[in-house]
Write a protein that binds this ligand. Structure first.
Ligand code: DCP
Ligand code: MG
Length: 366
């Protein structure tokens, strides 16, 4: 179905595996089935933390991120196992392969969670609820695991919906219900509302979506910055964030065009240091360290040149990065020209982490 036929209403599914690590362990080791199981650090080890707990263990109040010691106190009979990340990655690839049968618009958020845009599905099924059912069934039949699905017209409500009837749930929040639903939603459930923001909201007597809805966009922005704008729209059921198919990040960079052209010299060197550090800060933020560093220079006649250097190991240090960009700049023939723009980029990443892709997607949120 073409977008113009359904008045631009999208069909979004959010899928989240149930008790993911624990379910994989119970699947692979039958002796763990039906038992309170904790996956994570062991309680006798220092600083052991619960990654996740089976639903049997959750009955005792055990939760992700709790210390393993605390978990053991809550349930002395709980079985503790260490995570097997390779096994989880393999399952993750298989669930993604199932998603791709229906759509290419798949945005993984972590190993066990993804958004799908099925406004136009590959098999011409048309109903997002039916697609969610089929995906859940395929995960059961082929992988012996259960997932919960949320179906709605935007990412935000789809994600909330997938959490509403766990485990093995399928929840649909349709266009006619969405505003009522948002009005009832406690503020803690809103995206980007951590404890600090929630406390701030409560001080202003904002407890639910309904309370948020009373405030103007200006007031919300004044109180909560960029997120305020998001809140204003989301309580009205509007979340225009698109499902971003998994695009690999190829480079991380920073560049600046100067307010006036600069000749070779101290001021240009200062800018180079500033830009190299800014680019490196991003590298650290995404935890994606490159083996190649590239300097881009635009001269006053708008001619652009790039110079790169690659290394056997990733560049892990800002000072190291700067000594390389300085060398690249010093080796350049300026031919009397001044510089309009400098840019520094890092590429050839040793490792791409799924969680970092998620952060990139989130930074595009607003
Ligand atoms: N995880 C982790 N540390 C956390 C939270 C989660 O290591 N603080 C890991 C273990 C989980 C997996 O990520 O199995 C998926 O996280 P979820 O939040 O989706 O939790 P579960 O899938 O375990 O349970 P649920 O059924 O509530 O989705
Ligand atoms: Mg999960």
């Amino acid at each position: 179905m073409k977008a113009e036929h359904n008045y631009g209403v999208r069909k979004i599914i959010h899928i989240d595996m149930d008790a993911f690590y624990a379910a994989v362990e119970q699947r692979d080791f039958p002796e763990l089935r039906g038992k309170p199981l904790v996956v994570g650090g062991l309680p006798e080890g220092r600083g052991g933390v619960v990654a996740t707990a089976s639903y049997e263990a959750r009955q005792y109040g055990i939760r992700s991120a709790m210390s393993s010691k605390q978990a053991q106190k809550l349930c002395p009979y709980a079985v503790f196992v260490r995570p097997r990340f390779e096994a989880y990655k393999e399952v993750s690839q298989k669930i993604r392969a199932i998603f791709y049968r229906y759509t290419d618009l798949v945005e993984p958020l972590s190993l066990d969670e993804a958004y799908l845009d099925v406004t136009e599905d590959k098999l011409g099924i048309g109903s997002a609820i039916e697609i969610a059912k089929q995906i859940k069934q395929a995960i059961k039949d082929e992988l012996n695991l259960t997932a919960s699905a949320g179906v709605s017209i935007n990412k935000f409500t789809a994600k909330i919906a997938s959490d509403m009837n766990k485990p093995d749930g399928l929840t649909f929040i349709g266009p006619s219900k969405i505003e009522r639903f948002m009005e009832k939603l406690p503020v803690e459930k809103f995206f980007g509302v951590g404890k600090v923001t929630a406390d701030k909201m409560k001080k202003q007597a904002i407890h639910t979506g309904k309370d948020l809805k009373k405030l103007s966009e200006e007031r919300l922005t004044q109180l909560f910055g960029k997120s305020g704008k998001f809140f204003y729209h989301i309580v009205r059921g509007i979340d225009r964030r698109e499902v971003q198919p998994n695009q690999e990040i190829k480079s991380i960079s920073s560049e600046d065009t100067f307010s006036y052209d600069l000749p070779k010299g101290e001021e240009l060197s200062d800018w180079l240091a500033h830009i190299t550090k800014a680019a490196f800060k991003r590298v650290v933020h995404y935890q994606m360290y490159g083996r190649t560093i590239t300097l881009k220079v635009k001269f006053e006649d708008f001619k652009i040149i790039t110079r790169s250097m690659s290394f056997p190991n990733a560049i892990k240090d800002a000072d190291e990065a700067l000594s390389i960009t300085e060398m690249l700049l010093n080796n350049l023939a300026f031919e009397g020209q001044k510089v309009r723009l400098l840019g520094v980029s890092f590429s050839n990443f040793a490792e791409l982490k799924a969680t970092k892709q998620q952060q990139v997607a989130q930074s595009k949120l607003f």
